[in-house]
Design a protein around this ligand. Sequence first.
Ligand SMILES: [Zn+2]
Length: 79
Amino acid sequence: MGTPYCCPNCRTNRSRFNIIEQVAQPVRLDPQTGEIIEAFDGLSPGPFHTQYNGPDKRIQCGVCGLIEEERTFIKFGEK
Ligand SMILES: [Zn+2]
C-alpha cells in the first residue's frame, strides 16, 4: 500500500521520483583540521549536541527536479 505523490511544481508528474534517504550522523570534528574525532554511531552524542529531528527522507521530482519534503508531494497527491 503506497501513498500517491504529485509534484507541486510541474503538477503533472505522479510517477517519476527520486527518494532521498536522509541519515544524520552525529560527529565531533577537530576545529582546526575538520577531521572526524568521534562518530556517535547509534550512541548519544551528549546533552550539548542537538539531535537531528528533520524528516527521514526528501523527494525529488523526476521531471522538473524540485526537491521538497515528502509531505508536500503527498498533499498534492491527494488532489
Ligand atoms: Zn515536478
